[in-house]
Write a new protein. Structure first.
Length: 486
């Protein structure tokens, strides 16, 4: 039985209230351990510790010293790779084969990449002419924003948490992290790594709990929080935005999506099938960048549907440690019920169920887990709820189209605007279509190919702000101008 405590000021502490909640493995619903729930007292302590660290040794470190320390953190995560891998997969139910190549190495790389960025990012300078002829010199200075609240999600717990913590610390801030209540393990374990690498107490803090009337609300409404960064569903993002308005705190929100995949008849069909398979079913469909709407040009529509269904039918479901497994469970029983409700709704709305649509037989030992079948639908109307609402499961609807203008209108006909994938061997078409899509990120003949130096974020109800490379520095620092009269 594991016990997940808060990590505050360099120490693991329990909740003064004694309140805890269960952490269960979604593969079989077995109990992993108890998680301490933070109250106002624990959140206050974490914020005060972070504020003190900013005034203490952390605030006095040079950029070079911070960079060396963050590289040590990246190295130590890799040295403890198997511990992070086991903890992440136990929490999420995802296969080792996926987490070994994406979650853990990317989680470590997020510290290294932003350590590299902060070393070389320039600021601006200008020489100003003045009436006395002597002039003035203006130059920009980047300063840490202060104490950052990091609200991280359950689908890629380590990767998406360090995606925020890495640049925040590189810029000299201190953080208070609230991981998802579903996935406390790797964020808690990272506290040990911070101590092992000599990161000063209070720089990295972790509080566990829920949203309303719990750690999430106490953290986002805390008056000594200088900025809030969040990844999760749009409804929660709206609540955080309201909280941030009090005190005019800066926010970065990466929220929901109903992402389109556009497949033209001139695509490389093998590449399009392989890429769409990953974008629909990777991480059991629990990826904010995943594809839930697939639009296929009519000449290859029937072939595409058939081949995608045949390929998806060969997905191997099972335990994380099985090397043959390439699809795990959903995150929780609650999420399973949500996804299954959409599977039922699709039938009610008139869908043709090409594949799946139910609960798989995974054997007696795992039947209590959060399992659903990989699912493909066709023949739904464009106004169907299943076509318009984010499901966040291993499923997609496939629809034919006849022209560029038609598919661009279909792809943009959503309240979301996070990502899209375009499959075509015509480069001019790829650029032309991509520029007209109302999203923050377009992949052409690929999916989830990420250069961490580039801008990342969503349009419309998919979020506010951009992170990645210098764009992260813009959020995690205050840019001041110094004017020196010569």
């Amino acid at each position: 039985m594991k016990e997940f405590k808060h990590f505050i000021n360099g120490e693991y502490v329990g909740s003064a209230s004694g309140r805890t909640f269960e952490n269960r493995c979604p593969l079989d619903n077995n109990l992993i351990g108890q998680v301490h729930e933070a109250g106002q007292k624990e959140v206050d302590a974490a914020v005060k510790a972070a504020r003190a660290a900013m005034k203490g040794p952390w605030g006095k470190m040079t950029v070079t010293e911070r960079v060396e320390m963050l590289n040590k953190v990246a190295d130590r995560i890799n040295e403890r790779f198997d511990e992070f891998l086991q903890a992440e997969c136990l929490d999420t139910g995802k296969p080792y084969s996926i987490a070994r190549h994406i979650d853990i190495p990317r989680g470590a790389a997020n510290f290294r990449i932003f350590a590299d960025v902060i070393k070389s990012v320039p600021t601006e300078s200008f020489k100003l002419d003045t009436p006395d002829g002597l002039g003035a010199l203006n130059f920009g200075v980047r300063k840490p924003k202060g104490v950052i609240a990091v609200i991280s999600p359950w689908n890629l717990p380590l990767l998406l948490m360090t995606w925020k913590v890495g640049p925040a610390l590189a810029c000299g801030n201190a953080v208070v992290v609230k991981p998802s209540e579903e996935t406390p393990a790797t964020t808690t374990l990272l506290g040990e790594v911070m101590n092992e690498c000599g990161v000063p107490a209070g720089v990295f803090n972790v509080v566990h709990g829920f949203g309303p009337d719990s750690a999430g609300e106490f953290l986002t409404t805390h008056p000594d929080i200088d900025a809030i960064t969040f990844t999760g569903e749009t409804r929660t993002g709206e609540a955080i935005m309201k909280a941030a308005a009090v005190g005019l705190r800066d926010i970065s929100l990466e929220c929901g999506g109903k992402n389109p995949g556009i497949v033209f008849a001139d695509c490389d069909l093998d590449k399009a099938i392989e890429g769409t398979m990953r974008s629909v079913f990777a991480n059991c469909g629990q990826v904010c960048l995943g594809t839930e709407r697939v639009y296929v040009e009519r000449p290859i529509y029937e072939t595409f549907v058939k081949r995608l269904a045949e390929t998806a039918s060969n997905l191997r479901l099972g335990r994380s440690e099985d090397p043959e497994v390439n699809m795990g469970s959903l995150i929780s029983q609650e999420h399973k019920e949500k996804v299954l409700s959409y599977y039922q709704l699709a039938r009610e709305e008139g869908a043709t169920v090409v594949l799946g649509g139910g609960v798989p037989d995974v054997g007696e030992e795992m039947k209590a887990g959060a399992w659903v079948e990989p699912t493909i639908w066709t023949d739904l109307p464009d106004d169907a709820r299943v076509v318009n609402e984010e499901i966040f499961g291993p499923c997609c609807h496939i629809r034919p189209f006849d022209s560029e203008d038609e598919v661009i209108e279909l792809a943009n006909n959503t309240e979301y605007g996070l990502a899209a994938a375009v499959w075509t061997e015509n480069t001019s078409r790829a650029v032309r279509v991509s520029e007209q899509l109302d999203v923050g990120l377009v992949w052409v003949n690929s999916w989830f190919l990420r250069d961490l130096r580039t801008a990342f974020g969503g349009a419309k109800q998919s979020g506010i702000g951009r992170e990645g490379g210098v764009h992260s520095l813009e959020f995690y620092t205050e840019l001041s101008n110094v004017c020196v009269k010569l």
